[in-house]
Design a protein around this ligand. Structure first.
Ligand code: HEM
Length: 172
């Protein structure tokens, strides 16, 4: 695998997600407020929090999930169908390029209430809505054998960056 490919997928997707996240936060001061409250309560003035502390930032993580749902950085995921395949009513000839449409899956009204609204609470692990969501409806990192290997790393990078941004907000 080419290094450029890995670096590109890594930096561009992270930068895009962070940009959209900050945009959504600017539009939703209430979400900003909740994140600020959680970071202050969980991390406080601790300059080097343990990894466990980051796991406690549930609302911040939910806001990251909601950004990746509403604005997936890779909205069409390219695949090559190597052999003749039938999916439902569709017959796909061999060597056809097909795309997983992450944007559509993540805005499908059958599974997402008010899909165009930014609602981090929908990712609360205790919500029925979250636990009953079928697989394949949230695929910013793709699905299957070739799905992104960086998803967990990515979450931590974003949460650590956002944690500092919402702390800095005190000085804005
Ligand atoms: C918001 C951030 C990211 C998003 C949305 C994202 C999304 C994706 C998607 C959609 C794929 C294609 C999977 C497929 O073909 O089915 C992929 C592949 C990949 N990603 Fe990410 N990615 C992100 C961050 C990262 C990071 C931080 C790393 C490395 C540390 C990384 C490394 C890779 C690699 C190596 C692949 C190729 C996997 C393979 O083909 O087996 N990604 N990513």
């Amino acid at each position: 695998m080419r290094y450029e490919f890995i670096l590109n997928f890594n930096f561009q997707t992270s930068a895009t997600t962070l940009t959209w996240m900050l945009y959504e936060l600017a539009l939703h001061p209430d979400v900003q407020e909740k994140m600020h409250e959680e970071v202050t309560r969980v991390i406080g003035t601790n300059k080097s929090p343990s990894i466990e502390k980051y796991y406690e930032l549930i609302f911040v993580r939910n806001a990251v999930q909601e950004t990746l749902r509403k604005r997936p950085p890779i909205s069409l995921i390219p695949k090559l169908c190597r052999t003749k395949t039938t999916i439902g009513d569709y017959e796909i000839p061999e060597n056809t390029e097909v795309y997983l449409n992450a944007y559509e899956a993540q805005h499908d009204e059958r599974y997402w209430k008010s899909p165009h609204s930014f609602i981090p609470e929908r990712f609360d692990p205790t919500s029925d809505y979250y636990t009953k969501r079928p697989s394949g409806t949230l695929i910013p990192f793709s699905i299957g054998h070739r799905k992104c290997i960086g998803s967990r790393y990515e979450f931590f990078t974003l949460i650590i960056t956002l944690k500092d941004s919402v702390k800095l907000r005190q000085r804005w």
